[in-house]
Each structure stands twice: as C-alpha cells, then as structure tokens.
Unconditional design. Structure first.
Lengths: 358, 316, 551
C-alpha cells in the first residue's frame, strides 16, 4: 500500500504546523506598549496562583515590567524547589510560602530582605518575619467545612468546636487529610496541637479515631469525592477544607443558590498566612521590589479573593459581596510560631501517624 | 571460475572448515556431499561471505573476494528451507535481487515473470509466499536466486524438505535447467543419489575437509578411503584376506560355499528385497540383499561371496 | 585475518548504542546522580549513614517489601487477565476491532486523580459496589493497576502473537496435544520474550505507582515511591530521600536481573506470518464465547470507570448537557490561569509528537543495537537493563535531579519547555525498545543473509527486512509513546514548568478548586483528553510508511 491515507497526513500536517508555531504559553501580559524599561521577571509560585489578566496588565503598564508566572507544583514542592535551587534560582520573586513552611526557607536563606512601604497597611500580627525577608500577602484559614443540607435533613445540630467532633452523634461523619501528604491536613493537625496543647492533642486524636474519622491522602479526594456537600456527593458531611470554600461553592455552582450549601466551623480553624519574597540572586532587584509592592497594593489585594479564594492581608480591602455573605473570618483561629512548627513538625506527624493510622 | 584456497573457518574453538581447496570451472556443477556437521553448509556460507574465514581465500577469476561483503560478490545462494521473505509476495521475492541492483521496476517484473515461467510457476506473481506448497516455495527460491544472474549459484540442500516423488522430479528439472543455462554451480547435499545425478564433479566432505574430489563415476567406483566408502554405502571389511577393502553395495551374495562366514544379526524389509545385517568373525558387519522364498532370519548362519571386480582396496 | 566488514558492522553498532547511551547519560544518570549525591553529601563530605539508617529501619524495610510484593502481584494479575485479551486481538477479527484496540490505551493517559475518583465512585463506600468493602484496600490498588496496565500486555504480547504461525500449534494438536498443552509447549515459549518484556514494564510502572497508592490505598499503604515523595517534596529530607532512591534502584535492578535470568535463552527465530493470515472471525460457539468474554472484561474493567467519567462530565444540575464543556471555555476567562481548551489540546499534541519522535529514535536505535545485530552477538543485557531504569526510579528523584543538574548552559533546561518531551521520552523510549526487541529477535537471521547475498547492503537489509517486519511494532510503540506523553508520565508533574498548560494540567487546576462547576469541567477536560488520545492512536495505527505492506 503505497499511498498515505488522508487522515494521518492531515494529523501530521497539523502537528507540524503546531510544532512550528510552538506551544502556547499563558503569560500574564501582552507585549509592552511604548515606554517602560521592558524587563521581564519570573514569579515562581505554586499551582494555585491566580490573578486577573487585567490587573497584571495594569502592573506592566505602570512599571514597564512583564511578569512571567512559573507554577512549580503544590506549595510544599514549590518551596522545596526554591530551596534546592537557591544558588541558581529559578526566578526573581517567590509567592506562596506559608507559615508552616516559613522557618525552613528562612533558615536556608533563600530570600532577600525588603521592607515594602505598603507593609504599613498590613496588620503587625501577620508580619511574622521581623527581618522582612518575606511579606504577608493573604491569609486563608483551614477549617472544618460542613454540609448544610445533610444536617438540616436529619435535624442534627451542626458541631461547633473541635471537641464536638468526637461526640457519638457525629461518629463516622468526618473526613480529614493525612498531614504527611496534605497541607490543609497538616494545618488541621497544628490546630489541634495549639488548641489542645502538647499533652492533649494525642488523646484527642485517639478519640477522633475511635469516632471513625476517615483519613485520605489529599484535599482533592477529601473534598471532591468524600465530602457530601460538593460535586462528589460522598458520604461525609464534615471535611477539613478552607474557610473560603463556602463562597467558592457559591461562585462555582452551576446555578447561584440561595445561600451557601456549606459553611465553616470557625472554632476549628488554623490561620494560614501566605508570603511573598524576593529570591536571593535575582538580577532584577528593582523590578522584583516593584512586584512585591504591587502585590501588597489595594488593586491586587482586591482582586485576590475571587481569584485565589483567600483573604487579603491588607487592612480595609473591600471584599466581594459573596465573601462578605458567606466567608467568615475566624475571630480566634489557632496558630503556632513558625519556628516551633519547623522544630516539631516531623515528630508531630510521626506521632499522629502512629496514633491514628496505627 | 571459483577458487577456494586453504579456507579455514572456526566457530569459537570448533574448526568448521579445515583448509579446504576447491576449484569450480565456468559452467561446471560441483556437488558437495557429506554427512551433517561435515562443513558443507559452512563452505557455502564462507564462499557467499556470510562467515569470515580465519585463514585462506576465496577468489573469482583471480579477484580476491575474501574481504568483499556478501552483497557485492554477485553470487547466488539458495537456502535450505527456502527462506522466502514473508512480507513480500512471489513477485516481490523474485525481483528482490534485481531491485537491489537498481533495475527499473518494469524490467525487473518482466525478468521475474520470465524466471517464474522457467521454474514452472507462470502466473504465480501475486500469490502470498506463505500460501504455497513446499515444492512451489523451493521453485520461487530458485527463481529468486537466479534472477540477478549470479556468476555462481550455490544451493544448500534445496530438495531436503521435499517428499521423495517431488524430489525425484525436481532433480530432473534442475539438471535440465543447469544445462540449459550453462550455470556454474556449487550444490550441497547429503544424498549421494542427488549428488551423482546432478554433478559434473563430486566433493566428499568430512569434518571440515574434502576427502575426495572427482567425477561421479570415479568417486563411485574408486572411493579414496574408508570414510568415503562407508558414506557411499560400501561394506568395509577385512574378511576377504586382502587387508581392508571396500565392497560395492549390492555386490555381496548369499552363497552356500562363499568364502565369508557369518550370522544374521537383523533383517529389514526394503520393498523388493530384504536387507540382512550379517555379523562376521573379524571385522564390521556386512549388509547383503536377499530375495526369494526362504529369507534367513536373525540367528541363522550363512555364507557370503562377492564379485572380485566389486572389491576396491582401501589405502591403509 | 578478520575481514574489514566485521569492523564496520561493529562501528555502526557502536554508533547506534552511543546515541541512546548519551541521551540516558545526560538526562537520567547525571540528574539522578546529582540529587542523590546532594543528599549523601549534606555538608560537603560523603555521608553514607542514611543508607544504613534506611536499611535498618524496620518500617522502611516493610515498605520496600510491600512495594515489591504489590508490584509482583499486580504484574501477575495483569498478565493473567490480559493474556486472553492478547489472544483475542491476535487471532480473531471482529467488528470494531480497531476502535477497541485504540480504546484500551485510553486508561493509560488518564491522570490517576481522575481515575481514582471514578473508581471510588464505584468501589467507594457510597458506590454501588461499596458493600464489597474495597474502599482504601489492596484489592482496589490491584484493580486500578490492572486497569491502567491492561493495554501494555495486550498490545505488546498481542503484537508478537499476531505474527506467530498458527500451523505450529496445529501441528502439535494433530500430534495429540490438548489445547492447554499446546499452549504451554508451543505458544508460550514462542511468546516468552514478549510476555517478559510486557511484564517488566508493568512491574516497573506498578513499582513506582504513586497516585493509585495514595488515592485508592489511602494513608494505610506506603510504597517506596510515596515515601520518596514525602521525604523530598514535603520534608525536603534529601539524605533520606537519596537513601530511599538508592534502595529503590537496587530493588529494581535486582528484580530485573532475576527476571532476565528467568527469561533464559534468547528468543528463537520464529516463522513469522503476516497478520492478515493469522486472524479470522470467530466461528464456533466456543470461539465466539472466548471473544465475547474478553470483550466483556474490557467493557467492564476498562469501560466501567471511563463510563463513569463520561457520565459525570454530562451530568449537570439541569440534566445531561454540554454545560461543563462550555464552562471550560468560560470559567475564569479573565484570569491568568485561563487556558482555552483548544490551546491545551494543541499543547498536549505538540509535546506528545515531540516526545514520540525522540522516543522512537532513542528506543529504536537501542533496540536495533541490542537485538538487530544477528546471531552470534550476545544480547546486550546491560543496555537493556539500563534503558529500563528510568521507569523504575522515582519520578520525584528524576524531576528534582533535573532541577539541580540541568541548570547551567548549554543545558539550562530547568524552565524550558524542551524538558517536557525529553522527560516523557525518558519513560517512553525504553517502552519503544522493549516492544521492538522481541519482534526483532524473532526475525530469522537467514532472511537477512538471503537479502545480503541478493545484493542488499547492510543499510538496505535493515530497510528491506527488519523495518517492514517491525513496522507494525513500531506503530504500536509510537502509540504508547504518544499516550505516555499525553498522560504526563514521568517527572514533569514534579518539576517547574513554564506556563504551557496541557490537558492534564488543566484537569489538575480545575480539581484544585472547590465547586461543582470546577469539578464538572475537570471531568469534561478528562473526557476531551480521552477523545484526543483515541483519535491520535487511531491515526497512528493507520499510518503507512513507504511501501510497507500490512505485515
């Protein structure tokens, strides 16, 4: 059979054209129009970074700096990659390091100190690094979420505190993530360590285990498959997720509901703060500083909630209505100092594993 | 004219060809005869360039071919088990050699058709080779080897896998073909009937060496040594009192007063006669044909006689 | 007095070996050595104690044992289930055969997150098979492994099986051998090299299985791969990760060597026949039953989870519709992560095409170097094993190795899109070689000799004999390579990459956000990924090059 049949010819033609034209990159801004110094800097971040194209374009227009985003896996993977490559960094600015990982990165001296003038608008309680090697950009609390309909249908009272979760009426209703493999899972563990103390938290988890808590390895599985209140329609009406998951359910629902189908148990929250820092070794220090300033500015902070489902760190930032309505800010979230976390994390995870997974 | 000089081929420590000398004249058919393992196939492969010799040389009309790769030697080789290309049809197989020589397709097809007709397979051009019978496959293999008009055609037991009737018929056809085309040919077989029927000269090989080279009549009537004699089916014995001699097959008779005394060891039926294996006092067993009504059986004593001109003395 | 021809042949072989070796050296050995070296020299001096720690840790020994054990059982199970399937594909013609053959490769490309979700929908506590109690169980892991790797056995073994001469089996049957006996004494020995090749690959994939263990096994199950992930990605405990990687490497090499020895003698030259002649429609009731049962297995085992996914992609709040597909073009249109689906498809295809070409070149050269040389050359078992190693080493290790090794010109590829097809090819090339080698080895050397005597130079022998006979195997290998790249196997999941999102990346991003719309859109994107795969595989299968007939 000598002739090439038409279909593979078309496909290979297509592939060749596509290859010649190159893969399509989704950089944040179009080419700079007129003026500006035309620098391009790289923002190394995790896979959940997001921002409005419009907002990023405004940054470029104002400063002439183009930002290229480099997603590098989940938060932990991204931080560890930054540490591994600290002598030859992948980019200029790093966004997405949170308080559970902060100490390690600071120890490894990955960042260049910079005190942005915009920090005047950020609460002191969030500025965890006195040397300003990193600046807080947003907070996201990890809390237990509940499925409203499940509890309403069964006329069951929604639990409130951590302790409530061990009660018999909530037996087999809670799904949590493995702290060894999941960032919200770790945050929840840290919440129990803070709220129940170094001597009480293990016993607490024993009680949770006896109350048939289910453990899975990742948030996607817990939330999208096991949780009854979301797309997966699973069996568990209680799941460890984020305080901002309820508004996300509203925004990303197929049809706008009356009220959020889920809610967060504010007494179970752990405060997560996300930071941005300039990578030591950058060749574009000035442009990097401009980006940090921008990320702390009103414009960027206002854009963040609906892009990344986090709370802005900047005081007085106007929140979108859906957040105002459905996302509650935990008044007294659990938190632990970063270096305490760094020191004890591995050991806590080990103990948790032997207690719960046995 | 093919010249093989002192050719030695080794496989590891085993010597497959132990210093072979051979000349094949233009238009001559030389049969290479011998048991398995005697090195006949190795000889062909070495001449074709498929086995590197350790010593010696191969030359054609004076040109040294020893360093020339197989695809440039312009020799033809027909394999045992035909080895037709399964992914091409009959025409594709036959025209292969012509294609390699960049003969234009139309011309190649025409010549291939010519050859197919020659071997009696006209019209088979587009058949799948795997559909053919054994005899047909051999003919295609022959046509394929002949197509590029090689200066020497080598055949490695080409009739080996065929049944007797087919073999007999093809032997006759081959003989005609060789004569008609004036082919120079090296023909390997283990069957001496085949060898003698087709060849101008016969070479008998044993353990990598040529034991005897001569015309079929010469070799048949005067085997050079014990090995050749035995291979040809001669009875070898010391029992006649002249030292070791070879007795032509079918020349022993059962004779009540014969000079050789023996006892029947075994008896085999052979269509029109019985073949008796007779143990004698000094020397190896002899074979004798017996016909008639009362055939001796195992254990019977008998006496044998032989025609004096059927006895060939063997050099010690 | 060795003729010059032999030297030239050896030089050619040497060159053929050099290219794959160079590729492996730069993109595998160097990065892995870098990251393992970094782990074992934490303060500048070599410290091998982590290896000792790992070996003496009872828990980790248990983890290593479990890893080997579950991979072995998964492999055995997959071969057992898929071998009858291979038989059906090899010997029978049935309607829609081409489509089914493309369809079995689809599971290969699906992200484990998505498949895990589909499996859980069926096997999970609230699913229809929940009563079996397979949630977070070993059985679920094994089932998922069979799901993913069915195609490997069916296509690799089936490919060789289709060329076997059925008359060999007929001869045995006539001599009085029963069906089973014939299979054992005639067919199985002939298939042995292909079965060994497929089993080795399945073993390696299941050995480094990651997503399946995490999702379907849950936190109770731990393999070397998940441990390495944890140590490297979560804890950045490089010394322990390095020690575990070495342990993984040693285990893989040991198993491959043992398997290689068990495989024993080299493949025999086989009587190969064109496919068209060895397969036919099922005639008797028994034959139809065999075909039917296997098609049913495929429909249930492979089709089931896929059907769940497809169903979910259409199951919108307002009934079945294309809503989620539309959402793919609309969701977050204004944000930087937005990828028009067609761009994602294009990126996936571009990367996959590049990866396939690289894999065919590297794997093909290696295969010809190892197997194509002829009768008296010892099989290059060393290169064989080395070629397979990228499949058995943790993707995390390789990925992080890229990060620290390929960071200087001329190889500053860390953030370059070029690295993506290279990383895919690292997984796909050994695949290609493994598919080609058994077929190459079955070619009777005398066919090559016949061609040579008829005037074919060594290059032409390759072109006229080897290539047409392996052509079909090349296409199968190309299909696999394409699927491997589409499914983002290998280290790319763990490495930084510039924003050239492909379909799996789109799926991950959507799954990482709460909301029914995101989830539904992720399902839709997965279905698009499956469709692209099936179309691509079908296109590849139809490919004919030069005048090679359907052998």
């Amino acid at each position: 059979m000598r002739r090439l049949t038409l279909l593979p010819l078309a496909v290979s033609l297509l592939a060749t054209v596509a290859a010649v034209a190159g893969p399509v990159s989704a950089t944040t801004s179009p080419p700079v129009r007129g003026g500006g110094d035309g620098t391009t800097i790289t923002l190394v971040t995790h896979d959940s970074f997001n921002a409005s194209k419009r907002v990023m374009r405004q940054f470029t227009k104002r400063t002439g700096v183009t930002v290229e985003v480099l997603p590098s896996g989940d938060a932990g993977a991204a931080v560890n990659q930054a540490i591994l490559t600290k002598n030859n960094p992948l980019g200029d600015v790093f966004f997405g390091i949170d308080n559970t990982l902060l100490s390690r990165a600071l120890e490894e001296d990955v960042f260049l100190p910079y005190r942005s003038p915009e920090l005047a608008n950020v609460p002191k309680s969030l500025q965890l690094d006195p040397r300003d090697r990193v600046s807080p950009v947003d907070t996201g609390d990890v809390c237990v979420n509940f499925d409203r309909k499940y509890f309403a249908d069964r006329k069951l009272t929604v639990p409130k505190t951590l302790e409530d979760l061990t009660k018999p009426e909530y037996k087999g209703l809670l799904v949590v993530e493995n702290p060894a493999t999941s960032s919200p899972g770790l945050a929840f563990l840290l919440a129990t360590v803070d709220k129940l103390g170094p001597d009480g938290w293990r016993a607490y988890w024993e009680r949770l285990r006896d109350n048939d808590v289910k453990v899975v390895d990742g948030w996607e599985q817990a939330y999208n498959t096991e949780f009854s209140g979301s797309a997966g329609k699973g069996d568990y009406p209680l799941v460890v997720s984020y305080a901002t998951s309820p508004p996300a359910e509203v925004v990303n629902a197929e049809a706008a509901p009356e009220e959020a189908p889920t809610g967060a148990l504010l007494d179970t929250c752990f405060r997560q703060i996300e930071f941005v820092g300039i990578l030591r070794g950058t060749e574009h220090e000035k442009a990097a500083k401009q980006l940090v300033d921008f990320m702390l500015s009103e414009r960027f902070q206002r854009d963040m909630p609906l892009q990344m489902y986090v709370f802005p760190a900047r005081d007085g930032t106007k929140l979108p209505p859906v957040f105002v309505k459905y996302a509650k800010f935990a008044p007294r979230p659990a938190s632990l100092p970063p270096d305490e976390i760094a020191r004890n994390r591995d050991q806590w995870i080990d103990e948790w594993t032997s207690t719960v997974l046995r | 004219m093919l010249h093989v000089e002192a050719l030695e081929v080794r496989y590891g420590d085993t010597v497959a060809l132990d210093g072979v000398d051979l000349v094949v004249e233009d238009g001559e058919v030389v049969s290479v005869l011998g048991p398995s393992g005697s090195g006949k196939s190795t000889l062909l492969r070495a001449v074709a360039g498929l086995e590197p010799p350790v010593l010696g040389r191969v030359a054609w009309d004076g040109d040294d071919l020893t360093r020339v790769p197989p695809h440039r030697r312009q020799l033809g080789l027909m394999f045992q088990d035909h080895t037709l290309f399964p992914h091409r049809d009959v025409l594709g197989n036959v025209a292969f050699g012509l294609r390699m020589r960049r003969v234009p397709a139309a011309h190649a097809a025409a010549r291939a058709a010519e050859l197919l007709a020659l071997v009696g397979l006209a019209g088979y051009a587009h058949r799948h080779v795997t559909e053919l019978s054994g005899g047909e496959q051999q003919r295609v293999a022959l046509a394929r080897a002949l197509a590029p008009a090689p200066r020497l055609l080598m055949l490695d037991e080409p009739l080996g896998s065929l049944d007797r009737a087919l073999r007999e018929r093809l032997m006759v056809e081959l003989r005609e073909l060789f004569t008609r085309l004036g082919l120079t040919s090296l023909y390997v077989t283990h069957d001496h009937d085949e060898a003698f029927a087709l060849a101008d000269r016969v070479a008998v090989m044993h353990e990598g060496r040529i034991e005897q080279l001569g015309s079929p009549v010469d070799v048949w009537e005067h085997p050079a040594n014990e090995f050749v004699a035995r291979f040809l089916g001669y009875n070898v014995t010391d029992a006649l009192g002249h030292g070791r001699v070879a007795v032509r097959p079918d020349s022993l008779r059962i004779e009540p007063d014969g000079p050789i005394a023996g006892v029947v060891a075994a008896r085999t039926f052979r269509r029109d006669h019985f073949l008796l294996e007779v143990k004698i006092a000094d020397g190896p067993s002899l074979e004798v044909a017996a016909t008639g009504d009362r055939i001796p059986t195992a254990g019977d004593p008998l006496r044998l006689a032989v025609d004096p001109d059927a006895v060939v003395p063997l050099s010690p | 007095m060795v003729p010059a021809r032999i030297d030239r042949r050896r030089i050619a072989r040497g060159l053929m070996l050099a290219v794959p070796l160079a590729f492996l050296g730069v993109f595998f050995v160097y990065p892995v050595a870098s990251i393992v070296g970094r782990g074992l020299t934490p303060d500048g001096s070599l410290d091998l104690s982590p290896i000792g720690d790992v070996v003496t840790d009872a828990r980790l020994r248990g983890v290593a044992w479990f890893t080997v054990w579950q991979a072995t059982v998964s492999t055995a199970l997959t071969v057992l289930v898929a071998l009858p399937g291979a038989y059906v594909f090899a010997r029978y013609e049935f309607r829609g055969k081409r489509l089914v053959r493309a369809a079995v490769l689809v599971p290969f490309v699906l992200p484990t997150v998505v498949v895990g979700s589909a499996f859980l929908a069926v096997l999970g506590e609230s699913g229809p098979l929940g009563f079996l109690g397979l949630d977070q169980s070993l059985a679920a892991i094994l089932l998922a492994h069979v799901f993913f790797d069915y195609a490997v056995v069916v296509l690799v073994v089936g490919g060789l099986w289709a060329h076997l001469d059925p008359r060999q089996e007929d001869a045995a049957r006539v001599l009085g051998a029963g069906r089973w006996q014939t299979f054992r004494s005639v067919t199985l020995p002939a298939l042995q090299p292909a079965i060994a090749a497929a089993a080795a690959i399945v073993f390696l994939f299941t050995f480094t299985s990651f997503g399946v263990i995490l999702i379907l096994g849950g936190p109770g199950y731990s393999t070397l791969e998940t441990e390495i992930y944890r140590q490297t990605v979560q804890f950045l405990d490089l010394p322990q990760a390095a020690a575990l990687s070495i342990l993984q490497l040693v285990a893989v090499i040991a198993v491959l060597l043992v398997a290689g020895r068990a495989q024993g003698r080299r493949a025999q030259a086989l009587r190969l026949r064109p496919r068209a002649e060895t397969s036919r429609r099922a005639r008797t009731a028994a034959e139809r039953a065999v075909v039917g049962v296997n098609l049913a297995v495929i429909a249930v085992l492979l089709g089931g989870p896929i059907a769940v996914l497809v169903e979910r992609s259409f199951d919108t709040a307002g009934g079945y519709s294309f809503g989620f597909y539309r959402a793919l073009s609309e969701l977050r249109r204004t944000s930087t992560v937005f990828v028009p689906p067609i761009e994602a498809v294009r990126n996936s295809i571009v990367f996959a095409s590049a990866a396939t070409v690289i894999a065919l070149v590297i794997g093909g050269l290696a295969a010809f170097a190892i197997a194509g040389a002829g009768r008296r050359v010892r099989p290059g078992r060393g290169l064989d094993t080395l070629l397979l190693l990228p499949l058995g080493v943790s993707a995390v290790t390789i990925g992080f190795g890229f990060l620290i090794a390929l960071d200087r010109p001329p190889f500053d590829l860390r953030a370059s899109p070029v690295l993506i097809p290279i990383a895919h090819a690292l997984v796909a090339a050994p695949f290609v070689a493994r598919v080609l080698i058994p077929v190459l080895r079955s070619i009777d050397q005398r066919l090559r000799e016949a061609a040579a005597v008829l005037g074919a130079s060594p290059r032409r022998v390759w072109r006229e004999i080897d290539l047409p006979i392996v052509a079909r195997a090349v296409l199968v290998a190309a299909g696999f390579a394409f699927a491997i790249s589409l499914g983002e196997f290998g280290a790319t999941i763990f490495i930084a990459r510039p924003d050239y999102p492909t379909l799996p990346v789109v799926v991950f991003r959507l799954l990482g956000q709460p909301g029914a719309l995101n989830f539904g859109a992720a399902m839709a994107a997965s279905v698009i990924l499956m469709a692209v795969t099936a179309v691509a595989i079908l296109a590849i299968e139809r490919f004919r090059f030069a005048d090679i007939g359907e052998f």
